[in-house]
Ligand binder design. Sequence first.
Ligand SMILES: N[C@@H](CCC[C@H](N)C(=O)O)C(=O)O
Length: 294
Amino acid sequence: MEYVLGHGTQNDFVLLPDPDDRLDLTPAAVRALCHRRRGLGADGVLRVAPSSVPGADWFMDYRNGDGSIAEMCGNGVRVFARFLVEAGWAAPGSFAVATRAGLRTVELDHHGDVTVDMGPAVVGAESTAVVPSPAGPAGSVTTFAGVAVDVGNPHLACVTTADLDALDLTAAPGYDAELFPHGVNVEFLAPLDAGLATRLRVHERGSGETCSCGTGTVAGAVAGLRAAGLDAGTVTVTTPGGVLRVGVDPSTTTLTGPAVLVAKGEVELGGIEGGDGPDGELQAFVRLAEHATA
Ligand SMILES: N[C@@H](CCC[C@H](N)C(=O)O)C(=O)O
């Protein structure tokens, strides 16, 4: 079947156009597609399916790279919108996309940026994230204070003056499993400066550390404003993959940044659905008939 590769600030996705809603996408197939050596390589998969929800023609069926399902993806929905317009399946301008977290309105501008109305971000309880200490004895950990922020999916956003570059995010940070029974995405960000700018790194549930996370960027912006005693503002967030802008007011949040389609081709999903091998290795028989720069 046809696939398209795209990214938003280097948070990258395999898009699978499925206009007849015929694709039964297994977790093993998602893992194989996302594998960076045996597959196409991506943080997640966006199946482009017809929507059954009034108000939107298309449903973003988002899957994390480990095959798990998530409610929402802020960079993904922006790339999804770019695909719909490039494919001629949506008119340029503003339109709604159905997601598991509800309808999200996207808007494409003339500079290549896509803005999505992410809805209100709901601040929850204060909590902590635990990561290995960069310079301490083996097994020592550092605990970061954070706050739960729901952006349709769960986040724990930690505002910290620690050296972000020194954080070890190779494994998922420890978190309170009672507060986050379905797992959590964890952000670490610097306090906002006078211009409401910050830097952010993220460890995503189901994908590991990524270069950027749209919902995580919104959660981080909300937590950064809160730490500065504010509940509204326009925050500029520099992630390892690029710069995003977040608008926050008490009624909603918006996320703006680039959304790029990189390549398209054909992938044989029948081979991929060979699934996990007996030794736990993925049998990813991804065969590219075409992998051309779009
Ligand atoms: N990268 C995404 C978020 C994807 C889902 C997340 N990993 C989860 O499990 O909730 C974004 O740009 O928001």
